[in-house]
Design a binder for this molecule. Structure first.
Ligand SMILES: [Zn+2]
Length: 204
């Protein structure tokens, strides 16, 4: 069954019974802690709508790009700082969530109780200075995760329509200029990596 109940959170909050039942934070095999669900969701169902404050921020350097590891992009130079527990959603190269609009995370496939909830971080940023070494252990792991412009077209297509429309636009407009046919992220040497795959907002 599932062994994640020890890490359950939210049961004492008393303020939002909906997510206290549906979501809990627990350890993951490869990525530290993550957000799990105790419920079933059909493919295409809304799993949650992220709450959190918006910030305007335009990165100019690699250090800039990695300085707010908890945030994810919603519009050009506008970032969302997710409230708990949404910041615990890990990246996966084989995710079960996509993004509808700016804040709604939708099931890409059927989700069962005990499943970790994951999203491909590449569809949450157009920050070309950003990169993250991936430890998701999915068979199709890309190794190095970069912004939406660097996603292989077939991977991007698999997430549609659940990609924020702004990032769909960026992918269509910017990808040809940035990507090359033989790009291999895992072979690139990088000084990035301060944003780990243990959660959008997992500061611990
Ligand atoms: Zn991966």
């Amino acid at each position: 069954m599932n062994s994640h109940s020890a890490g359950a959170i939210g049961s004492t909050s008393g303020t939002d019974a909906k997510w206290s039942v549906a979501f809990y934070v627990s350890d993951t095999p490869h990525t530290g802690r993550g957000l799990f669900t105790g419920r079933c969701y059909r493919s295409g169902a809304l799993v949650f709508r992220v709450t959190g404050a918006e910030y305007e921020w335009a990165s100019r350097t690699e250090a800039d790009a990695c300085s707010n590891p908890n945030f994810y992009g919603i519009r050009k130079d506008v970032w969302l700082d997710p409230d708990p527990p949404y910041g615990f959603v890990n990246h996966s190269c084989d995710p079960n969530l996509g993004v509808r609009g700016e804040r709604e995370f939708v099931a890409l496939r059927d989700i069962s109780p005990g499943d970790e909830l994951t999203v491909d971080y590449a569809i949450t940023t157009d920050e070309v200075h950003w990169a993250m070494e991936c430890r998701c252990a999915a068979p199709n792991c890309r190794g190095l995760i970069r912004s939406v412009q660097f996603l292989p077209p077939e991977v991007f297509a698999r997430y549609l329509p659940y990609v924020n429309p702004y990032f769909q636009e960026v992918f269509q407009q910017d990808r040809p200029a940035l990507s090359t046919p033989h790009e291999s992220g895992s072979q690139q040497q990088t000084s990035y990596g301060t944003r780990h795959s243990n959660g959008l907002g997992d500061a611990g």
